[in-house]
Write a protein of this length. Structure first.
Length: 157
């Protein structure tokens, strides 16, 4: 169920990076509480390689939480890579899962969010329509961050 996706936004790359990737565990529950109930750093520091954060989801998700580790960050290129270490579909249908996010500035002052996920299914597991649902959720989350940032021009400046 690996996939890649590009999401265009009118928001500057630096603001989207800070809001939707670095501080999502704090911002997400405020702007999409129907999806993300809460989030917190459970190991290390926020935005530091090796840090682990937990995101707790509402019943709209097929699982109640995921813990993700920050494996790589490049603040100048607005790029991160995270790996799921617990929760989500790990242990049920997935052996491993990771996501690489890169936010590229555009000439118009906005950005393009590039997402590439990698996952390994457990032997005999079937992902069903999880890829389509994951893509839909990813677009919804970045568009929610965009709407928040447009409505709050001083946030994450």
């Amino acid at each position: 169920m690996p996939f890649s996706l590009e999401i265009e936004s009118t928001v500057a790359a630096s603001r989207m990076f800070k809001a939707a990737l670095i501080d999502w565990h704090n911002l997400g529950p405020k702007i999409v509480p129907e999806f993300l109930l809460s989030g917190s750093i459970v190991e290390g520091e926020s935005g530091a390689v090796g840090g682990v954060r937990q995101l707790n989801f509402s019943s709209v998700m097929p699982f109640c939480y995921v813990k993700e580790r920050l494996d790589f960050i490049d603040r100048e290129k607005f790029e991160v890579k995270v790996s799921a270490v617990e929760g989500g579909h790990l242990g049920t249908i997935l052996e491993s899962a990771s996501a690489h996010f890169q936010i590229k500035p555009t000439a118009s002052g906005g950005c393009v969010v590039k997402v590439v996920t990698e996952s390994k299914l457990k032997p005999g597991a079937v992902s069903g329509d999880d890829e389509a649902k994951a893509k839909e959720a990813m677009v919804m989350l970045f568009k929610a961050a965009e709407a928040y940032l447009v409505a709050n021009p001083d946030a994450y400046a």
